[in-house]
Design a protein around this ligand. Sequence first.
Ligand code: C2E
Ligand code: CA
Ligand code: CA
Ligand code: CA
Length: 284
Amino acid sequence: DAALYHAKNQGRDQYQFFTHEMNVAVSERLSMENALRQGILRDELKLAYQPQYCIETGRLRGVEALVRWQHPEKGLIGPDQFIPLAEESGLIIALGEWVLREACCQGQHWLKQGYPTIEIAVNVSALQFREGLVSMVSRVLTETEFPPQNLVLEMTESTLMSDANWAIETLDELKALGAWISLDDFGTGYSSLAYLKRFPLDKLKIDRAFVRDLPDDAEDVAITSAIISLARSLNLLTVAEGIETPEQLAFLKQQGCQLAQGFLLDRPLWGQDVEQRLQQAMPD
Ligand code: C2E
Ligand code: CA
Ligand code: CA
Ligand code: CA
C-alpha cells in the first residue's frame, strides 16, 4: 500500500496516525453498514415520489420512487449517502426488494382508493441486475397485486452494457411480466447506439446534466435535440429530468420531449402529498 509505505518511512508517529485514520474509516463504514441493515429491518427507510407530467397536456403521468433513510440520530439521509454503501456491501439486494414492494403496495393502495391510474417508476441498480431479479419482481407483483403495466423499471446504460446479451434476455423476461423499461441517465454512461435498438426499451430518460444549461448552452441544445429525435425514430418516449426553469421546459416541449420531471413541476413528495395531486387529477 503506497500511502502506508510512504508514511512508514516518515517515522513511527506518522505511521500510527495513518493506520488510526484508516481504522476509523473502516470501522465507520462497518457501523454505517450495520446501521443500514438494522434500519431496513426497523422500517427506517421511506419512499419519496417525484411526479412526472405529460408536457403536452400537463397531466400527471406517474411518479418515480426515491428512497430516503430516516436515521434515528442523523435525521433524513439522501440516497447518494447510502446507496453506494448498499451496493458495495450487497445490501442493495434486500434494499431494492424493499423499495419495489413498498412502491407497489403504495400504488395498489392508491388504485384501491379509486384514484386515477398512474405509473410508478423504481430504480434498479447494477447489482440487482442478475439471476433472481425477474423472479423477485414477479413475486412482488403477485404479492402486492399491483398491475405490472403500471410499473416502470429504471436502469442505467452501464448496468445493461456490462453484459449486453444477458441484459437483452432479462429485459425480455421483465417485459413479458408486463413491466415497462426506462433507460436512466441516458447519455452519461458508455452507450452503444447499436444496442439501443436491441434492448427492448420503452423510454429514454435524458440526464439532468444535459438539461441544466438549456437553452443557452449550444452543445446541450444539440445533444438533447439529438436524443429526442433519436428516441422518436426508435419509437421510445423521452423523459427529461431535472427541469428547474420554464425556459428549459419550453425548449424541451418545442423539441417534442413527452414527459417532464423536475423541481419546477414538483419536488419528491411523501405519499400523502401525491394523493393531493391525484385528487386534482380526478374528473369531478
Ligand atoms: P436518479 O435516478 O437520477 O433520480 C433523480 C434525482 O434527481 C433525485 O435525487 C431527485 O430528487 C433529483 N432531482 C429531481 N428533480 C430535480 C431538479 O429539478 N433539480 C435537481 N438538482 N435535482 C432534481 P435523489 O432522490 O437524491 O436520488 C439520487 C439518486 O439515488 C437517484 O438518481 C438514483 O440513482 C439513486 N436512488 C434513489 N432511490 C433509489 C432506489 O430506490 N434504488 C436505487 N438503486 N437507487 C436509488
Ligand atoms: Ca432514476
Ligand atoms: Ca437520472
Ligand atoms: Ca442520476
